[in-house]
Every structure is written in C-alpha cells, then in structure tokens.
Design a protein around this ligand. Sequence first.
Ligand code: AMP
Ligand code: ZN
Length: 467
Amino acid sequence: MKVYNTLSRKKEEFVPLNEGKVKMYVCGPTVYNFIHIGNARPMIVFDTVRRYMEYKGYEVNFVSNFTDVDDKIIKKAVEEGVSAQEISQRYINECKKDMSDMNVKPATTHPLATQEIDGMLKMIGSLMEKGFAYAVEDGTVYFRTRKFEEYGKLSHKNLDDLQAGHRSIKVTGEDKEDSLDFVLWKPKKEGEPYWESPWCKGRPGWHIECSVMAKKYLGDEIDIHAGGEDLIFPHHENEIAQSEACNGKIFAKYWLHNGFLNIDNKKMSKSEGNFFTVREIGEKYDLQVLRFFMLSAHYRSPLNFSAELMDAASSGLERIHNAAENLRHLSKNTDLQSMADEERELWKGSDVFVEKFEKAMDDDFNTADAISAIFEYVKYCNTNVKQESSQELLDSLYQRMEQLCDVLGIILAKEEVLDEEIERLIAERQAARKEKNFARADEIRAILSDKGIVLEDTREGVKWKRV
Ligand code: AMP
Ligand code: ZN
C-alpha cells in the first residue's frame, strides 16, 4: 500500500511501526458552532483511510481531539452569557451526531484539550529544561523555533524566508526573542477560563494540545498524522518541533493532508461566510450522498461543492442500492440453495473487481477509482443474476458488495430495528416527557425517525409505523 507523505512529497510504501498495528492521529475541530461540510471532508476521508486499514487486517488506534478551549469558543460564550464549557460541550454533542449521521466511526479516543492540561504543563516544562522554550515577563511561554534545526521540514519552508515575511508584520506588545517563536502557554485575560501554571494563570497554545494528546494516547512515535492541508503550516510544523524536541524521536512517519472543499473555487470557511453546515445539507440530502460525493474525488484534490455533483452522487448511490436490493429480493425468492458449477465460475469472475478496488485504494486511497470498480461490480451483478440464481451465489455477491461499500462507509441496508427496541425507546420518551425533559424526548423521536419509524401521539397513546 502506498501513501503520499507530505514530509517527503512522495508516495511511499506504508510500513507500520509495529506489525499489524496502526497508530493514527487526526486533528479535530474547534467546537464553537455546527461543523460545516469543509470540516466534514477530513472526517470522511480519514475515516475511510481507517476503514481500509481495518479491511486490510490492521488494528487501528485512531485518536481525534476536540479543541475545546479557544478564542472563538470564549467569544461565543460571552455573546450567549454562558460558560465556555457549555458551548464546547454543546457543539461536541452536535458534532458527534453529525459524524454518526455521516457514518464516521467514533475514534478509539476523542480527547478534550481541557482535560489534558497536566500533560501540557509537563511537556512545556520539559521543553524549558531542554532550552527549547522560555517564559517572558508577563508569563507567556514561547517555543524557541530556531533551536529546532529541522523546523520547516514538513512545509518545506525556509526559516529566513519565513522571518522576512514576519518582519513586515510587527506585533506590538510581544517580547519574544525571535519573530518565528510561537506560543506554548499564554496568560489569561479577564473573564477567560484559566489554569494554574509555574509561569502564570493562563491557557495553552493550540499546537501544544495536539502534541500532548498524541503522546498520551498513542505514544512518542506514531504512524499517521492527518488533517486538512491548511494545517501543514504552522500547526503541524509546530507540532513536529514540540514533539521531536521533547521526545527526541521522529513524531509521525506519514503526514497525510486532504485538499480543500471549495465553493465557487474558494475554500469553504466560517470566516468567509461561504459555508453550509452538515446539518443544513442533511435536510436536503441523505448524508450518505454527501459521503459518496466527498469520496468521488481523490482526497488530495480540491473538490468543488455543487448541487449538480451532489445529484450525480445521489444517482450513483441509487444505482448501487438498486443492485443490492435486486440481490436481496432474488435471494428471498429463489428455491435453489447451493451454487451450480457455472455459478462458481461467475463468482470467481467477480474477483477481478475486488482486485481493482484494492489496487485503487492501495494507490494512496484513490477512492474515485475504487468507486469505479464498485460500479463495474454492480454492472456485473446486474447482468449475471436472474430468478434462477442460487441463494448461495446471490448472498455471496451481496456480501461482497457490502464489504466493499463498507470500506467507503456506504451502507447498503438500514439495520432492521426490532419491535422491542422501538417499544423501549417509546417508553423512554414517555418517561422523559413526564419529567419535562423535552430535549431528550425530541432526541428519541429523531433517533426513531432516522431508523424509519414515525410516531403519532394519539388520545389512546403513542402509535408508530415504519415508513
Ligand atoms: P478547524 O475547526 O477550522 O480547525 O478545522 C477542522 C478540520 O477541518 C481541519 O483538519 C481543517 O483543515 C479542516 N477544514 C476546514 N475547512 C476545510 C475545507 N474547506 N476543506 C477541507 N478541509 C477543511
Ligand atoms: Zn492538531
């Protein structure tokens, strides 16, 4: 399997640090609002990378943080007159709901920056001891960038060019030794959340959070570190400097970065105001369509969002669903059990599509070609099955389709919900309503609706039906 490594700017053979295991860290969102579909791109593509690694038999330890302390969170909290924690917790919950609706698997661990302050104090302390960090009078701690000789190796930037760029932006009130130095710890401002530290009451810089969470949950050396390409510089460059200066080991072997999701060829972003939230898109389309659309391009290419492309994704997905439905239907109605000899040939003939799929995915996760392989497989199934096909052939073809789609996070059949499960949820909803916990009651209605169950409150009680 080959992966493109931003560090070497080449496709490299993937060799894990430990046989059969993959340690992977993906920078997660800052939680101060609903996530937009640009933020959803790294979630979907790196979830697909993880799924493919699992398909190949690797045990994947997947860590993705939530940045839950940040200027934007504090600003929102002030606007609403609530605590920063209330804001971050609210949007973590909303983000997890979006992830689940996009069929993004929960990470092995989702650490929160605010729960990891001790580790940050420790790493900053160690960097100070080693001469890689220093505190100034107001208690701000900076990383001494020039002391880390390999600084710039990820973004392929030259320190002197960087410095020249910095000189033109004179920041007043900063007393750092060098304009390239970046913040590890900063003093609190009035009304902001803060933690005690040897340098001042304050909070961590953004970059140190990821270095510490990766170290704690995955160790000093990891296989894959990933995120959107806007994170290459300075975030990931700074993470490398901190982690390698502190641990004395190569931090991550492979650095993977997704291209931007654009709108009218401009990066979708909160600050530009040119964004759609996942929630908004979910009102118009099944989020499986969004997922399929995202994977229709290579993860490193820019991708332009448009209604036409979403509609194309929707009809492509429908083609797959129809083929799957056909296999299920024929399987239910056939009288023949085992494969006949010529069916065995047919079954073997479908191996080639799996090979094509794997070849595409082995080539730096080329999901666009992998989807083409699935389409070819779908066509093969459609043309070769008939009413007289055996159940064994139909089920085998179906399972193979399911297996390939599962790598992409595409679900062929909604899970059947059992009547007891529905009754249990309805009872829980009634209890929540009694306690005036309407938020929970609404949530349960939404959970059931996702499963295709519609509730009707009548005089005789709650009635439900499948739609
Ligand atoms: P943020 O909350 O801005 O730190 O972003 C969380 C993740 O989303 C990071 O990996 C970003 O690189 C990624 N991201 C943000 N906007 C886009 C976009 N328009 N296209 C692709 N990735 C994005
Ligand atoms: Zn990060």
